[in-house]
Design a protein. Sequence first.
Length: 419
Amino acid sequence: MTTRAATPALAARASAVDASPVREILALTARPEIISFAGGLPAPELFDTEGIRAAYDHVLAEDAARALQYSVTDGDPRLRAAVAARYSARGLPTGAEDLLVTTGSQQALTLLTTALLEPGDTVLVEDPTYLAALQCFGFAGARVLPVPCDEEGIDPVALAELVERERPKLLYTIPTFQNPTGRTLPLARRQAVAEVAQRLGLWIVEDDPYGELRYEGERVPWIASLDAAADRTVLLGTFSKVMSPGMRLGHLRAPAALRRACVIVKQAADLHCSAVDQAAAARYLEVSDLDAHVGRVRAAYGERRNALLDGLPAALPQGSTWNRPDGGMFVWVRLPDGHDATALLPKAIAHEVAYVPGAPFYTGTADPAALRMSFTTHTPEEITEGLLRLGKALASTGSPATTASTTATATATQPVTRA
């Protein structure tokens, strides 16, 4: 009888990084009867389906040989030129040669960690922060530390102290309509963060997936546009929130040496992004008015945000707090002390409504009472119904669900309290 030896073990990093709780919650809430505030997804009914279809039809009819062929790693020259023009028009002078097209901004982050980080290098993140970024840094073997934040985002004084003490390689930040909190870092703090990076030596990775989704207030300049950090800031962008997430197209704007390193990493990863998707996106930008389309999306999302905010006082227990983001996709909620958003989620799902508990987004001490609510994928009427269901679910729990520790610090929100 032949002996069958065991297969070699998985790499340690494959076992050390957990699956995304958000993706797992989305799988649980896929039933159409559930009104889900869990996923940060664009609304499919707002996609410019006709315009995108026309763009694909054109490139396949007029230039199929190029669109279906291998392409250059940097990205379709027409697409890079169009993205560069959009950046330049918004006050950040950019050339096509400054950009690398990526498979969504998520791949851009993966390329950067491969190009910049050695196992054991220190990375600083906002606390709480984007879950997939934590996964990415985990696979790189990085040591991830939280930067203290308040209702306005990163505390620059605390950041400087951390950089001086821990000597991190990079800071990862989502300064505009942050995921998960929806908060926006004010210009004065952006300047202070840039000065810390300049004075102490630090890469800044500025992720901006939501910046065009502003419903009120004035646009705040990118950190990448500030002189102090221009030579050490990588700006990540994406078409997922304004055109189509299924096209999986993002872009990375970086100083030349780092961008070239990322090109080499991408060559090893996938050679290049889909040529036909890039060609279609470039055609769409040439003949369609993306700004007008984004304006229609903003109008719809603004109404949905307002519907969520208007309904929260009646849906949440007394003593709950939440913020009012100027844009993006998320409202950050904190239930009263003694409530555990993770423990309460099954009760919500039983009432056919869902949210994302806030605890997994933390690197430091998690707040069990925090949760994230997205408002983009449902109409105002559906949001109102979802909040009625949530109110019933929370009211049916009786006494607050407790945890081993209910003394975690309050989440970084601009508090609006239900009296």
